[in-house]
Design a protein around this ligand. Structure first.
Ligand code: SF4
Length: 162
């Protein structure tokens, strides 16, 4: 859906839901929104912020004909342990297939899990040879578990040509 966030044009949420991992989660916008949407748009009624795969959203970016900056999983964390690896793989594969049309932005508070995924959990890994317009970015957030893995640069861009 179109976004009001200045650095993105669209949000794409094939997976929603999460659980807090750091003090930075104390005022989680996604959790508040999910509670408002409980029982609608695929958000479970009893537990709206439960990690949930939305199959109907999986191919949504293919329908956007003009180039967009796409914030992936703004309503959760794609690298939450409850997200199945094959679901992560499909999302990355779609981003790879659309790499010359859109810019995909992946944010996570679980960068160690993201790094494990992109550095070889899956043969074949569509991510490492990525080129063109796709930018895949991980922020450390405030997770004490994750921070040492990415210092000194809290922002890592992988597989991008810019
Ligand atoms: S990791 Fe992100 S989505 Fe998950 S609870 Fe924390 S702020 Fe919310």
């Amino acid at each position: 859906m179109p976004s009001k966030i200045e650095w993105t044009d669209e949000t794409w949420n094939p997976v929603t839901g999460c659980t807090p991992i750091s003090p930075g989660c104390d005022h989680c916008y996604a959790e508040r929104m999910a509670k408002r949407l409980a029982g609608r748009y695929g958000y479970p009624k009893d537990e709206p912020f439960k990690v949930t795969c939305h199959e109907d959203k999986m191919n949504e970016p293919f329908g956007w004909k003009k180039p967009k900056r796409v914030f992936v999983c703004s309503m959760g964390d794609l690298f939450h342990p409850d997200v199945e690896p094959w679901q992560q793989y499909r999302i990355f594969k779609n981003a790879y297939d659309l790499r010359n049309r859109h810019t995909f932005i992946f944010l996570t508070k679980r960068p160690i899990r993201m790094l494990r995924f992109i550095t070889g959990s899956f043969p074949p890994n569509p991510f490492l040879p990525m080129s063109g317009n796709s930018t895949l970015t991980g922020f450390t957030g405030s997770s004490s578990e994750a921070r040492p893995a990415l210092e000194p640069d809290p922002c890592t861009r992988i597989g991008s040509d810019r």
